[in-house]
Design a protein. Structure first.
Lengths: 355, 552
């Protein structure tokens, strides 16, 4: 029995199994297609679950109950919503830039899906452990803003345009402190590979403090988390779609499945940011492994940590309010960037001591 | 002393303007001057500069068809004293024309447009004398007594055409803007964004055409009239008692206060005595409604800044207040509880215990809002030092209500001109300092505390007083003597006035609502110029606008 808690088993196992009855190239193709479908399913399911959780969490925080009619405990509410969105008429307004308008949701969704490719959900469950995984994550994370700008510009609606521009300004500004915060973790791990970063966090100090990077650089974690909120456009950085100002921002003109793609990507990103924070700072899949189903526990720990962070995001969402655009920019450039630079210096000192 | 002052003023005015001005002193002690049309601006300027009537309180008109006159009524206010004065200008009905007062009182702008719209009075020299409530193609002027209501065909043109007219005033030219951007001759840096009338944070159907330079607001043009139902006209065909439900439908978040001002006006006109118990119940209800209205105001302000949760918190307490209303009159939103001469029915037995429970819980709830909203750093950042309303600007635009008090002017009708039983209650008027959006918000929170105090006291008075009648002696078919009455009260939104004119008949001859929000709203462009889009939303929420009252 292969040791499933160590190394990357999935690729060799599956491709090897497929090669048994198909040509090797077809096995490779099938593996990738299967991986893509897996991501698609994962994001859709996650989004459904997250929307349900969000509505329940926010409901209870706001003195109400949230969905509770459709299915037991309202569990089917989001599924019903998804079906509704799929049935809706696909409206493309007359005067939009058709090419950009149609392309935009796919760009956003695609960038979100690509992020999922490098997330190490468990030691064996990483679709592609790239050498430059972190860089890949950052690159595709910022690609989404292209999609939002395309949607905003292509909609030929001024609310959308302002929303798209806000989104680009926001993502570009917060990319800087975010990358600097990630850099701290990369310096400690000495690698850009997601898998290696998690592996570097294995073990305990003094026997009871886990060697997670959050204990070495709490500042970096806070900066990353705030930037993550901004990247995904969560409160208090929900300016691109600030309802009370811009109606719905970049997706004002979208409806039906196109809107659902934006929606899926938003919740996918919500999870991706939490998952990334887990990987970088909270020790990824590390946690006690019990003898019962040993291959499952890393995945459980990872999901638990990521979901806890997602819950924090929802908590923030129902408690805080929106920044103004200039305050948002000030916060990035005048507070977060200097702090993240400070974080790098501190981390460099720590690296010198540890190594 | 006050009467002496008035006498002195009367003599001085008569001496100064001679024949052109006839000054009389009706029995309610408010000086009334009838001015010949050519001298109006001169007289108004003199009253403003030499007699400290800094504020144009109200401007309206009455059509006296029998005398072949349309009388324009200017109501001036000296907030510091406080003192009121009425200037009446009788105009020839066939060709009503008078010089504009906008040079003296900028607040006259919309008010004069309204009078032009309703009565067809031409204000010469007005910067933009166009219709404000009714659409541009409307023929005739509905408040003239010889207007035939049903000879109008509905407008047959494309509404999109009309959406882009009516912008001759100022620099906004929507016609220059095509749907794809600015192709006109205007500055290429700016573009025009059309907020509303359907927009999540326009509190109804307010529309603002905003000229933007990036995120910064260069100019703004408010457009109103989307909810105009002609309430003031409708009630001219109702009996005096039937008017009360219509007053509910102006500011539908403060129905009791609206009822209050109307019944007070009619009682003043007809000389009806109200039993003390009824008056006490009225004060109690009005203050409960003030709490309710302010709850909605702060909740909406939070919502417009992006905070969803506080809005639902205030909804919770709103329900409790609505339950109390339902208990006394069956209605929740539109209560119609007050009657001319009293209130509809006495408080049910379970009312006072429920009220007391709410009153003991309410401080905790307000603390909750403070914890989640007022104490939030981002919220304070968003509101503090945003929009600078100065005393001069507040005077210029006749602003009343919490916005006026946010500049530090101590003007609350309950204190300065106590109506009903307010002189017997112990409460304070919270004042602001900076006139910023934070003060607009914070004063409302503080006023809720004061209202709670008043409701407590009213509850105690009620228990001391014991049972008693709640209706005075009112004739079945009320026909107040010919004449007029003006009463103003402090509604949650500002200084709400009701001007009723009777010709001795069973219906009001003229019914004028002095809507505080309509008059406050004129200051919006000046207040938001130079701020960001998000600030505009926050400032507009600070007005606590209810379009039902603005458009009536």
């Amino acid at each position: 029995m292969p040791d499933v808690t160590q190394g990357l088993g999935a690729y060799e196992v599956i491709v090897g199994w497929l090669s048994g009855f198909t040509p090797h190239w077809l096995a490779e193709v099938l593996y990738r297609v299967g991986a893509g479908l897996l991501i698609l399913t994962l994001i859709s399911t996650l989004a459904l679950v997250l929307v349900y959780i969000l509505r329940k969490v926010m409901g209870h925080m706001q003195c109400r109950l949230g969905p509770r009619v459709t299915g037991p405990f309202g569990l089917l509410q989001t599924a019903a919503d998804a079906v509704k969105l799929m049935q809706k008429e696909d409206i493309i307004p007359t005067n939009v830039d058709r090419f950009l308008f149609i392309l935009a949701p796919y760009v956003v969704f695609f960038s979100c899906g690509m992020i999922f490719m490098v997330l190490p959900l468990s030691p064996t469950w990483i679709l592609n452990d790239l050498e430059v995984g972190v860089l890949f994550f950052v690159a595709f994370g910022s690609l989404a803003s292209f999609g939002l700008l395309m949607g905003g510009f292509g909609s030929n609606n001024k609310y959308s345009l302002v929303g798209g521009m806000r989104s680009v300004a926001q993502v570009v500004s917060y990319e800087v402190p975010m990358v600097l915060a990630i850099l701290g973790a990369v310096m400690l791990a000495g690698s850009l590979s997601m898998h290696q970063i998690v592996v570097a966090q294995e073990g305990m100090w003094l026997g009871f403090i886990p060697k997670w990077f959050i204990f070495l650089q709490p500042l970096g974690f806070v900066i990353y988390f705030l930037c993550g909120l901004a990247e995904t456009g969560q409160t208090p950085f929900d300016l691109p779609e600030g309802e009370s100002e811009l109606v719905a921002g970049y997706n004002t003109e979208y409806s039906g499945m196109r809107f659902a793609l934006f929606f899926l990507a938003e919740f996918g990103n919500l999870f991706a940011i939490s998952a990334m924070a887990t990987t970088l700072f909270l020790g990824g899949w590390h946690g006690p492994v019990f003898s019962f189903l040993p291959w499952l526990w890393p995945f459980v720990w990872f999901m638990a940590k990521a979901m806890a962070l997602t819950f924090c995001m929802m908590w923030v969402r129902s408690t805080w309010l929106r920044f103004r655009i200039d305050q948002m920019m000030d916060f990035a450039w005048k507070i977060l960037v200097p702090l993240s630079l400070l974080n790098i210096f501190i981390t460099a000192g720590e690296v010198a001591i540890i190594r | 002393m006050k009467t002496k002052d008035v006498e002195k003023k009367k003599a001085a005015l008569s001496k100064r303007f001679g024949e052109a001005v006839t000054v009389t002193l009706p029995k309610d002690g408010i000086l009334e001057a009838v001015v010949a049309p050519p001298q109006v601006v001169e007289v108004l300027r003199a009253l403003k500069e030499d007699y400290d009537f800094h504020q144009l309180h109200d401007l309206t008109a009455v059509d006296y068809i029998k005398d072949n006159q349309i009388t324009v009524v200017y109501r001036l206010m000296n907030l510091e004293k406080p003192d009121m004065m009425v200037v009446k200008v009788p105009l020839d009905r066939s060709q009503p024309e008078v010089a504009t007062a906008t040079d003296v009182y900028p607040a006259a702008n919309w008010l004069e447009r309204e009078v032009y719209d309703y009565f067809g009075v031409k204000f010469t020299g007005h910067p933009n004398l166009t219709r404000i409530m009714l659409w541009d193609g409307f023929e005739g002027h509905p408040f003239r007594k010889d207007f035939q209501a049903f000879d109008q065909a509905p407008p047959d043109y494309d509404p999109f055409e009309t959406a882009y007219v009516d912008f001759s005033e100022g620099r906004l030219q929507l016609t220059d803007v095509s749907s794809n951007g600015n192709r006109g001759n205007g500055s290429p840096r700016t573009f025009i964004l059309n907020f509303g009338p359907q927009h999540p944070s326009t509190h109804g159907v307010f529309r603002a055409a905003v000229e933007l330079d990036g995120e910064t607001i260069v100019d703004l043009k408010p457009v109103i009239g989307y909810l105009h139902r002609g309430l003031e006209k409708i009630v001219e065909n109702r009996t005096w008692a039937q008017v009360i439900p219509y007053t509910d439908r102006t500011d539908y978040l403060a129905t009791m206060n609206n009822n209050h001002v109307y019944v007070l006006a009619v009682e003043k006109l007809a000389g009806i005595q109200v039993p003390p118990r009824a008056e006490l119940i009225r004060v109690l209800m009005a203050e409960l409604n003030r709490i309710h209205s302010h709850l909605m105001a702060i909740g909406c302000l939070g919502l417009d800044c992006g905070a969803i949760t506080p809005f639902l918190y205030v909804w919770r307490e709103r329900e409790k207040i609505y339950d109390l209303f339902e208990m006394v009159c069956g209605g929740r939103l539109l209560t119609t509880y007050f009657r001319i001469g009293g209130v509809a029915r006495d408080l049910p037995e379970e009312f006072l215990p429920c009220l007391k429970k709410l009153l003991t819980e309410m401080p905790g709830y307000i603390e909750q809002y403070n914890n989640i909203l007022s104490g939030n750093e981002i919220f304070q950042m968003r509101l503090k030092k945003v929009a600078h309303l100065t005393k001069e600007m507040a005077m210029k635009y006749s602003i009343t209500g919490p916005m006026l008090r946010s500049t530090g002017i101590n003007y609350d009708v309950r204190k300065v001109d106590p109506y009903s039983l307010y002189s017997q209650f112990d409460f304070q008027v919270p004042l602001g300092k900076n006139g910023d959006a934070w003060d607009f918000y914070w004063l409302r929170v503080l006023e809720m505390w004061q209202s709670l105090r008043i409701v407590w006291q009213a509850t105690e008075y009620l228990e001391e007083m014991g049972p008693g009648p709640v209706m005075g002696k009112v004739p079945k078919a009320l026909k107040p003597p010919a004449g007029e009455a003006y009463v103003h009260i402090e509604s949650p939104k500002g200084d709400l006035g009701c001007y009723v004119v009777s010709d001795g008949g069973p219906n009001p001859y003229r019914f004028r609502w002095r809507p505080p929000l309509f008059i406050n709203l004129q200051s919006l462009p000046e207040l938001v110029r130079g701020w960001k889009i998000a600030d505009f939303i926050a400032i507009f929420a600070g007005y606590d606008a209810v379009m039902g009252e603005i458009d009536r």
